[in-house]
Design a protein around this ligand. Structure first.
Ligand SMILES: NC(=O)c1ccc[n+]([C@@H]2O[C@H](COP(=O)([O-])OP(=O)(O)OC[C@H]3O[C@@H](n4cnc5c(N)ncnc54)[C@H](O)[C@@H]3O)[C@@H](O)[C@H]2O)c1
Length: 327
């Protein structure tokens, strides 16, 4: 019999790719999408019809414990990705991040405990580490959130670990570094650069150029999540998902321009620069644990992942609003 799993945040960037991959692997997928009056299922509206038709759509709000519990009934595993993720918006509306990211995770954990769910895959983020204190960040690195977003994700991580320790709840904490790929919001750095180039902008406007990031292609992340879910030894662990290499934002813009065969001027737009103490200067994943526990390492290098992302954005650029910087 097929295993039924719940994916929260299934209408989003990573969640939609994960839901597709799980269907292809033979899981029965219940997709938790954020209820709205347009009956929009986010990116699920645009995936392959056959896969879409095989999904069981559950409309709800992660902040509501009753709906969350209902969504989890009959599921063996829960992949919890629903969250508010934009850092700039978290400066303005931090309380909504507390309600969605912390309370939402608590709702999942509490229902999982009551329902006896066999595994909870909780989605963390490299942002909880803050600027790296050593060349590469392993899972023992200090936790030092530098934005309200990161603080709420760290709190959700600690709740998850506390439920594992207190109640033996079988949790796996996946900690992806910066993701990119088709369907990512235009607020993120890679789609920001590509969509501006595709719109014919003469000047590419971005934030700070010096931060270094470890960029992981979304298909690799999805494979890591499924690996974490399918491995018995992953339970109770935190697992970094990254590439163990970095690129500065300046160099990244250069690589994208080269791949797109354009040469544009870059301008730092001050609204896009994070407050000084909030800027995470360097993130580079130590992925020893992912290799050891779930036999995972990335399959895409940066150029391969960027080629795929650029090709997808060339076809789907019309789905993105014309570039205006607003949080
Ligand atoms: N994109 C990255 O680089 C990255 C890196 C590390 C971790 N993450 C984590 O991965 C997860 C997915 O991020 P993403 O980049 O796909 O973002 P996304 O914004 O595309 O997806 C988030 C999803 O959560 C849903 N959501 C938000 N509030 C909700 C609510 N109240 N009820 C129900 N659903 C709600 C949204 O509708 C959206 O579909 C998040 O937990 C994020 O913190 C992302």
């Amino acid at each position: 019999m097929k295993k039924r799993v719940l994916v929260t945040g299934a209408g989003g960037f990573i969640g939609s790719h994960l839901a597709e991959a799980l269907v292809k692997k033979g899981y029965e997928v219940r997709a938790f999408v954020h209820y709205n009056s347009f009956n929009s299922w986010g990116w699920i509206d645009r995936i392959d019809e056959e896969i879409k038709n095989s999904l069981e759509i559950f409309n709800g709000d992660i902040q509501d414990p009753h709906g969350v519990r209902k969504a989890m009934e009959g599921c063996e595993m829960v992949f919890h990705l629903a969250a508010l993720v934009g850092i700039p918006y978290s400066y303005r509306s931090p309380e909504s991040y507390v309600d969605t990211n912390i309370k939402g995770t608590l709702n999942i954990l509490q229902a999982a405990k009551e329902l006896g769910i066999k595994k909870i895959i909780q989605t963390s983020t490299s942002e909880v580490y803050g600027t790296a204190c050593r060349p590469s960040i392993n899972e023992q690195h200090r936790i030092n959130p530098q934005s309200p977003y990161a603080a709420t994700k760290a709190a959700a991580d600690f709740l998850t670990l506390a439920f594992y320790r207190s109640f033996n709840l079988p949790t796996v904490l996946m900690r992806p570094f910066n993701n990119y790929g088709p369907r990512q919001s235009a607020r993120a750095i890679i789609p920001t650069i590509i969509t501006q180039i595709l719109a014919g902008s003469k000047i590419i406007k971005i934030g700070s150029l010096y931060p270094e990031r470890d960029l992981v292609y979304v298909a690799d992340t999805v494979r890591g999540f499924i690996g974490g879910a399918e491995s018995k030894s992953a339970v109770g662990n935190i697992i970094n998902i990254g590439t163990n290499s970095t690129v500065t934002i300046r160099a990244l813009a250069g690589i994208i321009m080269k791949l797109m065969r354009v040469n544009k001027k870059i301008e730092i737009q001050k609204e896009r620069v994070r407050p000084k103490g909030s800027e995470v200067e360097r993130l580079k994943a130590d992925i020893t644990k992912a290799k050891k526990i779930i036999n995972w390492s990335p399959q895409y290098n940066l150029e391969q992942g960027l080629e795929k992302t650029i090709a997808w954005l060339r076809k789907n650029h019309h789905l993105y609003k014309p570039f205006i910087y607003n949080v």
